[in-house]
Design a binder for this molecule. Structure first.
Ligand SMILES: Cc1ncc(C[n+]2csc(CCOP(=O)(O)OP(=O)(O)O)c2C)c(N)n1
Length: 281
């Protein structure tokens, strides 16, 4: 039977959860719930007007995020969460707009939007939950799937080089780029607080274990947690070039804050331009 209340550890965020929609679609053992709780805690802790926060998600397991949050939430077309969020921010700059979606949604089908929103330094936040696969549709190869990993569409092992998300984000122009795993909830929460404060395009990648990925790679979900726990290495200001994920051949997964810089946002340049044009009229 559907559970309509959250267990005691979640009481502190219950007012921000649409409990009537529980249980979630997420598999037991999925890491998305950890990101969910951590982001809602950060929103509360940030301490501004909670109604300023808006969540936008695309399609996928991670894409269900917006539907479970008791805030203004938008569940939009596959790959189009970023352009939707940009539109919201441009029309209502007072909002704190956060995209939460999967790796397939954001850097697969939505990859072009990701690059150009970063290039323009739009003042929006992107929380990219990377489970290394297209989870919702049964575990097909994603652009983030590690070399050699098995998926539904690469049963003999992936021969495509994966996207290095911190490198892509920083090369495209993102001004805050961090990566954590679901084991790093304190660092994740601190990064979410920084991202709310930061003026510009923020990208936080969260490495999250997936039951489907684990199964295709002949692991139990707990084995995948154990694997990530062993392989994740926190570094001080790592270089984005160190962001490649190569877990099949046993290379460490580098976590940390890759980029944190100031640069004028599209929104600030746009409002200056509007002002200038008005004065000249
Ligand atoms: C236009 C379109 N193409 C394909 C699909 C099928 N589809 C649904 S979810 C998904 C993959 C989502 O992957 P990801 O963003 O990594 O999210 P996850 O489910 O792994 O959290 C795909 C390809 C769709 N719904 N719409």
């Amino acid at each position: 039977m559907a559970s309509r209340a959250l267990p005691p550890p979640y009481k502190d965020i219950e007012d921000l959860v649409r409990v009537e929609r529980l249980p979630t679609i997420w598999c037991p053992g999925c890491g998305i719930g950890i990101v969910f709780k951590t982001l809602l805690k950060a929103i509360k802790e940030y301490g501004d007007d909670i109604d300023r926060h808006v969540i936008v998600s695309g399609i996928g397991c991670a894409g269900r995020f917006a539907g479970y949050v008791r805030l203004d939430g938008y569940h939009v077309l596959h790959g189009r969460a970023i352009p939707f969020a940009v539109g919201l921010k441009l029309s209502k700059p007072q909002l704190e707009v956060t995209v939460v979606s999967g790796d397939g949604d954001i850097v697969g089908i939505g990859g072009n939007h990701f690059i150009h929103a970063a290039r323009r330094n739009h003042d929006i936040n992107v929380v990219l939950i990377n489970n290394l696969v297209y989870g919702m549709t049964g575990g097909q190869l994603a652009p983030t799937t590690p070399l050699g990993a098995r998926t539904m569409t690469s049963p003999y092992g992936n021969i495509e080089h994966p996207v290095n998300i911190p490198l892509l984000a920083s090369a495209a122009g993102a001004t805050y780029v961090a990566r954590w795993s679901v084991f790093h909830v304190e660092q994740m929460k601190r990064s979410f607080l920084k991202m709310f404060k930061h003026k510009g395009f923020s990208v936080i990648e969260i490495i999250s274990p997936c039951v489907i990925y684990a199964r295709r790679n002949r692991m139990e979900i707990l084995d995948m947690y154990e694997l990530l726990r062993k392989m994740c290495k926190v570094k001080q200001n790592p270089d984005p070039r160190e962001g490649e994920i190569d877990i099949v051949s046993g290379k460490p997964v580098v976590l940390g804050e890759f980029v944190s810089i100031e640069k004028p946002t599209y929104e600030s340049l746009y409002s200056e331009l509007v002002e200038k044009v008005r004065k000249n009229e």
